[in-house]
Design a protein around this ligand. Sequence first.
Ligand code: RRO
Length: 308
Amino acid sequence: MNIDLTTSLGSLQLSAPTLTASGCAAAGKELAQFGDVSTLGAVVTKSIMMAPRSGRATPRMAETPSGMLNSIGLQGPGIESFLENDLAWLRANNVTTIVSIAGNNVDEFGELARILSKVEGVDGLEVNISCPNVESRGQVFACNPYSAAQVIETVRSVWHSDAPVLAKLSPDVTDIVEIAQSVVEAGVDGVSMINTLLGMVIDVDHMKPMLGGRTGGLSGPAIRPVAVRAIYQVHAALPHLPILGMGGIRTGHDALEFIAAGASAVSIGTVVFGDPGAPWRIANELGQELESRGYNSLSEVVGLAHHN
Ligand code: RRO
């Protein structure tokens, strides 16, 4: 195959077009038994918070048609342990790393960004303003253009690194373009889209929601058309804004849809739970899909569905 699959997200050059999706491959270490993690576009780490956190009540996962619900609730070791263990491993293994951060409030986002802008080995920052599994919808900053902008302005004001800052957007809004425009004005270098959609499954034998947290985030192929639509809309309005696309990608064919809609690279999430080699497989398949259609490079296809 002689297809150029290299791509970029703002100033960050990527040697491959597939990345892990935040929350679906921890901090990359577990994937090392399935492939060379340094050959992925990047690892996007599970969203890290200031303090260690045990997450929501169990059960935390439920199957749905063509997808799954999760209600993890930002379980994680906290930033100190992340730097010592996870980031250290990623650096030692030459893995391109995009660190996802989440805060309980605007100041915590700022504090995390301040800490991460000073350490080596952070190639990009994904600001997770769209986690659905929080106590209050008021904490889903990406559902409100002003709250979204406040977080990004705060992060930007302390971010003294050249690595790009991406905002992770939620599809659970009336007008995702309005949110994208708001975070662009606040200073992001790109957007990641989409996070999971808020959903619920009810156990009718016990007449209660299946998940301990009651609601959860819906992911997997069920949400793919929502993601493609959202990316298409944002690329149409902001054609120069780099987009990292994700949402139910299982094959190279799926990934090609995201690229044609306007994504410059894709993150691979839910499929990894059943097929941990998927990020590498999908990159290969994407190359074959491009080759069979007579293209020479991924970059010439970014946003192509807008011109036909
Ligand atoms: O941890 C989670 O429950 C979670 C997060 Br932070 C997120 O951004 N999206 C999601 O579906 N789950």
